[in-house]
Design a protein around this ligand. Sequence first.
Ligand code: NAD
Length: 468
Amino acid sequence: MATGRPRRTSPGPVGDRFAVFDPATGEAFEEAPDQRPDELDAVVGRAQEAWRGWRTDPGARATALLAAADAVEAAGAEIAPLLTREQGKPLSESYAEIARTAARLRYFAELGPGPRPLVDGRPVRSEIRWRPLGPVAAIVPWNFPLQLASAKLAPALAAGNTVVLKPSPFTPLATRLLGSVVSTALPADVLTIITGHEPLGARLAAHPGIRHVTFTGSIPTGRAVAAGAAASLGRVTLELGGNDAAVLLEDVDVERIADRLFWAAFRNCGQVCMAVKRVYAPNRLYSEVVEALAQRAKATVVGSGLDPGTRLGPVNNIPQLARVERYTSRALADGARAAAGGHRLDRPGYFHAPTILADVPPDSPVVTEEQFGPVLPVLPYRSVDEAVEAANDTGFGLGGSVWGTDLDRAEAVADRLECGTAWINHHAELSLAQPFAGIKESGVGVAGGPWGLYGNLRPFVVHRPEER
Ligand code: NAD
């Protein structure tokens, strides 16, 4: 069994602060403010007050957000190690996350919606003037704390709303630092970061002064957030879990795609909503695919994200590690074979060996649920129809991918996947300009691109007769 287990299993309160753990050591290394729900009236009240000014001048907003992007980039060397310490990801990925955060601020700064005339042939001049909603609550998880924070605050602020953002208690530190850096470019109280434990998020989502709750996290929490926001009939955008399938076709060149497929599953230690979480390979190629992925899993350097050679860091937190271990041991007990890994690593911290599972029963939870960790089941199929049916046979609907040499054929198969985004020969590559929307239980509403901006605006229509 691994040594160095931490004394607490979650970042529990320490007076009015709570401990934050380094998942690479299992040791607490910093604290964050444990804010109480009774502080929310004052926080939301200040956000409402700040909204009066912030909503009025789109040009000033764009200038401020561009300055915020510059400030984030300038602070990269300070933010990145903190993100790696609390989240676990390799330092290079923390820098990449910061770069995407700055890029997103710039993208939305430059995406102002102008008034738009309505033309319908009547002698009426109608115009849509997009108006902001008011204070927005943003609630995010621990896997990409900064990227997901910016995915919410950039469009909300660009649209003229103010934002109260709550990170996960597993990763509060880099987000607090990001908030203070971004706020150097903003008027007071336009952006507020709050940190603490439940029911802080639940009360924020249900606060009557909040006009839009934009949430990223698990499906059960998403349901609770929607139920809470229903009290004030505020708008809700939910980006929830995924169980993306990768379907490999008969003509796939296994060696050519194996690296890309492996990292589509294992990047950020598999803790990606849109990671490949199930692989379907044709019977004829099954052993070759399992072996190619297993070779890569065995060769991957696992370690602290601060070590330059590390490709795969630890799992972020103990409940998540327990979930990964539970799904893996259940699959092995049900007859699966670990072609690589299959166990936690015997060292301090929350490390799990990158694991490739073969011969997994299709109803095993590692296939039917979201493992969100460094474990990948590979399943054989007889016909493409069977593979597509299995890929779609889930309540999740975030992404999916099809891999093959004949791109037209691969695209035809991808077109049959029931999800928000389908890729050919890669997975989870997203443009800032594209709509991002899960279907089924994976989400409500649309984020990303202009759709993300309009998700933070309401149409205000002015009708005026042409004649006097
Ligand atoms: P989670 O749902 O447990 O927590 C997400 C956030 O909600 C955290 O800040 C948490 O503190 C807060 N929270 C917890 N209970 C709450 C409540 N009752 N009301 C309001 N807020 C509450 O999720 P997690 O474990 O932090 O993150 C992993 C999940 O996030 C996975 O399911 C993953 O797929 C999903 N995710 C989805 C996307 C996407 O874009 N679709 C992106 C990243 C992660």
